[in-house]
Design a protein around this ligand. Structure first.
Ligand SMILES: [Zn+2]
Length: 237
């Protein structure tokens, strides 16, 4: 762990966390509902992008500091692990996007296309840049295949067990597969397995606490993202 780069990551994470706050607020609505564009306290219109609080009454959009501190923690770990490697930019992008997606999935059980679909060209471009800098075309091809493989695997799961996996989970799996595949097939398998392990552990805890029943579906996005983060941090490459 490179502590200097971890500190850089923490500072960047605080800024990135503040930057995604307005987007998380706007998109935390049930599927098909219109985006939230009004302050929950005074009803004044909120800015579309980069809004942290209501300009009229000053109310924070969402719980203060949660997104900022979570993103700071995630980016500190990623920068501490990957330091000045060219691929750190791709992982920092995925880390920030992941915090936003996890927050929305926990709030309203969905992973909006508005965030997952544009993430593909951005992540592919960042990994492509890292491949050029590293002269590692093989890793780039593996990343593309990894994205395809994980999305296909989740699509298969969704077909076998309808209701457990949604379309958002499949699209997120493709994004996670890009980053995991870049680091290697063992990392890709570890990330996917860790996602299921984390989800199973959380389900058992929630069952024991009687917060859910065996029939209730809990969102999978945060666990896939958590498994991906763990696999990236512990990858040997
Ligand atoms: Zn207001």
């Amino acid at each position: 762990m490179n502590l200097l780069w971890a500190a850089v990551g923490a500072v960047l994470g605080l800024i990135a966390g503040a930057a995604i706050r307005g987007t998380v607020f706007r998109l935390s609505v049930a599927s098909g509902d219109p985006e939230r564009t009004e302050c929950p306290r005074c009803g004044a219109p909120t800015r579309r992008w980069l809004a942290a609080r209501c300009r009229h009454c000053g109310r924070s959009l969402g719980v203060p500091l949660v997104l900022e501190l979570t993103t700071a923690g995630v980016l500190a770990l990623l920068f501490g692990r990957f330091a000045a490697q060219p691929d750190v930019l791709a992982f920092a992008f995925l880390g920030t996007l992941g915090v936003a997606l996890a927050a929305i999935d926990i709030a309203v059980q969905r992973l909006p296309d508005l965030l997952t679909l544009p993430a593909y060209p951005i992540l592919i471009a960042l990994l492509g840049g890292a491949a050029i800098a590293d002269h590692d075309a093989a890793a780039f091809v593996r990343a593309l295949l990894g994205g395809l493989a994980l999305a296909a695997g989740f699509l298969l799961l969704a077909l076998v067990r309808p209701g457990q996996m949604g379309g958002g989970d499949i699209k997120l799996a493709g994004i996670a597969g890009l980053a995991l595949g870049w680091l290697g097939w063992p990392t890709l398998i570890a990330g996917a397995l860790l996602g299921f392990v984390l989800s199973a552990v959380a389900s058992l805890i929630l069952l024991a606490a009687r917060r859910v029943t065996l029939r209730s579906a809990i969102c999978f996005g945060p666990f896939l993202l958590g498994g991906t983060l763990l696999a990236l941090l512990t990858s040997g490459r």
